[in-house]
Ligand binder design. Sequence first.
Ligand SMILES: Nc1nc2c(c(=O)[nH]1)N[C@H]1C(S)=C(S)[C@@H](COP(=O)(O)O)O[C@H]1N2
Ligand SMILES: [Mo]
Length: 310
Amino acid sequence: MSAYKPPAIPSSEITPKNLFLARRKFMQMAGGAAAAALLPTSLWAGEKLSGIVKSGYTVNEELTPYKDVTSYNNFYEFGTGKEDPAQNAGTLKTRPWTVTVEGEVNKPKVFDIEELLKMAPLEERVYRLRCVEAWSMVVPWLGFPLAELIKRVEPNSKAKYVEFVSLLDPVQMPGQRSMVLEWPYREGLRIDEAMHPLTLLTLGLYGELLPNQNGAPIRIVVPWKYGFKSAKSIVSIRFTEQQPISSWMRAGPNEYGFYSNVNPDVDHARWSQAKERRIGDFLKRKTLYFNGYQDEVAQLYAGMDLQKNF
Ligand SMILES: Nc1nc2c(c(=O)[nH]1)N[C@H]1C(S)=C(S)[C@@H](COP(=O)(O)O)O[C@H]1N2
Ligand SMILES: [Mo]
C-alpha cells in the first residue's frame, strides 16, 4: 500500500472513513491519474466534490448508513442472500462498459460509460428505496434524469415502453449459473414513467461511484416503485411498442406485475404491503402510497385500476 498523507483540512470536510477507504481502493485499482480523469469529481478525502448539484427532488429523512446501503442488497446475479452481493460482486468488471440504446428511436447509439458520466450534471438526490420484501432505505444517489438520455436518441411514435437489460455473463456473475430468475435480468417502464423527472439514471451514491453490489457502473432508480424495478448494471435500453415482460413477471406473474407501484392497499400474493421496516429501525412504519411520491406521480395512473394493474 502506498503511504498516503492526508492534507490538512477542516474536520467538517472530512469524508466518513469507509467512504474514503472505498475511494482509495478504487483509485488504486483503476490507477490514480486515469481514474481521476474519468471522474467528474475529485476523489480525495476532504476535497470538495465539485460538479455535484443538490437536487430539490430530495426527501428530508435520516440517511441509511453507507455500511447498510452497501452490505444489505438484492442483486441475484451475485446470490440470493442479502450479504452475497457485497461479498461476491468483486468479480464484476465495470470498465470498459457500454450501454446500447436501441429499438423504436431515430438515433440509436452505443454510449460509453465515460460519456454517460459527463452527459449531464450529476445530482445528489436522497430517495427512499422500498423493496417488495417490505424493508426500505434512504439513499443519497448520484445521477441525472433518464429523460436526458432518452431525448438524445429521439424515440419515435411507436416507442410506448422502455426495457432495461442487465449484463449477462455467468463468469462475472456467478448467480447466473442457477436459474433463480431468467437471465439476463430485465425490467421495463412505460415511456412516460421513464421520462418522468424522478426516474434517475444512477451512477453513484454517497458521493462516490456506485459500488458493484449496488449496480455498478450504471443502474436506474425509480423511487415510487418497488426496488426490483430499479435494474442494476444495465447494458441495454430498448424502446418497444409492446409492453416488455420483466424477469420478475416471468418468475411469478401473479406476484409481480408490470407496474409494481408501491401500494400499501395491494398485498403481495404471500404477504401484506401495508407496512415496512426501515433498515436500522426496530418498529415497522406505514408504507406510503407511491412510496411517498404520490403528488409527483399519481397523475401518470389517472383512470387506471391499480388493484388490477399492480
Ligand atoms: N440486475 C438486477 N437488478 C436488480 C436486482 C437484481 O437482482 N438484479 N434486484 C432488485 C431489487 S429486488 C432491489 S430491492 C434493488 C436493490 O438495490 P440496492 O441493493 O442498491 O438497495 O435492486 C433491484 N435491481
Ligand atoms: Mo426488492
